[in-house]
Design a protein around this ligand. Structure first.
Ligand code: 13P
Length: 245
């Protein structure tokens, strides 16, 4: 079970303190199959990386440029830079970036470069509210998967995060039946069209310690990508605990 904390544009050096609690907690559950991954903003990657050494918790970044190594791209970070600083994962295709103009084609290039740089990819997909209302969810998910993963070989290095755009930061989560169907649909696309043997699909969007007990009843879910509720150690630990008990 994956528990990924996406801190988005939050956090400073003081927030590093909240990690101590989670590190202590993670030691307690060494034997369970839990993978905790922190994705803080770029400014905290180095400090997190030092702090997470010798722990089971892994580090990820929230985005990267598609250029593997270096280049004249002011304000951007390459996947190689992320790897060198201690990241093992990178989130790509988050709807907050898609809404800002990131295309499926760019996402595809970023995924390719990240895999070449030996990063694992948390690849976000999800429909908007209008698309859902127009019953286009399956079509959109299919398109995002096929275009985002076009000509990518190491598909076992990819975790899919299904994040319906309308449920991010809104407190609204999908109906359990719908979510179950969508996750199963995503897994089937990966199995049938891309020949992925054992696809991993996480859910993200307003996950908290109250609704997670319900969400985890869906057998096909392999974990959660948590935004707001991951910023406080207690909330994040509660989410993990409620899932594994
Ligand atoms: P919230 O958990 O704050 O809804 O954010 C979800 C998300 O976007 C994680 O990537």
């Amino acid at each position: 079970m994956y528990f990924i904390a996406n801190w988005k544009m939050y956090g400073d050096l003081k927030s590093l303190n909240s990690l101590n609690r989670v590190i202590k907690f993670s030691k307690k559950y060494k034997k369970k199959k839990i993978k905790i991954i922190y994705c803080p903003p770029y400014t905290l990657l180095d400090s997190f990386s030092k702090k997470l050494k010798k722990t089971k918790i892994e580090l990820g970044a929230q985005n990267c440029h598609y250029e593997i190594l270096n280049g004249p791209f002011t304000g951007s970070i390459s996947p190689t830079m992320l790897k060198k600083i201690g990241s093992n994962y990178v989130i790509i295709g988050h709807s907050e970036n898609r809404l800002a103009g990131e295309t499926n084609d760019e996402i595809n290039k970023k995924i390719k470069s990240s895999i070449k740089s030996n990063l694992k990819v948390i690849f976000c997909i999800g429909e908007t509210l209008i698309q859902k209302k127009r019953k286009l969810t399956n079509k959109i998910l299919h398109q995002q998967i096929i275009k985002g993963l076009f000509k990518i070989k190491n598909l076992n290095k990819i975790l899919i995060a299904y994040e319906p755009v309308w449920s991010i930061g809104t407190g609204v989560i999908p109906k359990i039946d719908d979510l179950d169907k969508n996750i199963t649909f995503i897994k089937n696309v990966l199995k049938k069209h891309l020949k992925v043997k054992n696809p991993k699909v996480l859910y993200g969007g307003s996950v908290n310690s109250k609704n997670v007990e319900n969400l985890v009843t869906i057998k096909a879910i392999d974990g959660f990508l948590v935004g707001g509720a991951s910023q406080k150690a207690k909330n994040f630990i509660d989410i993990v605990e409620k899932t594994i008990i």
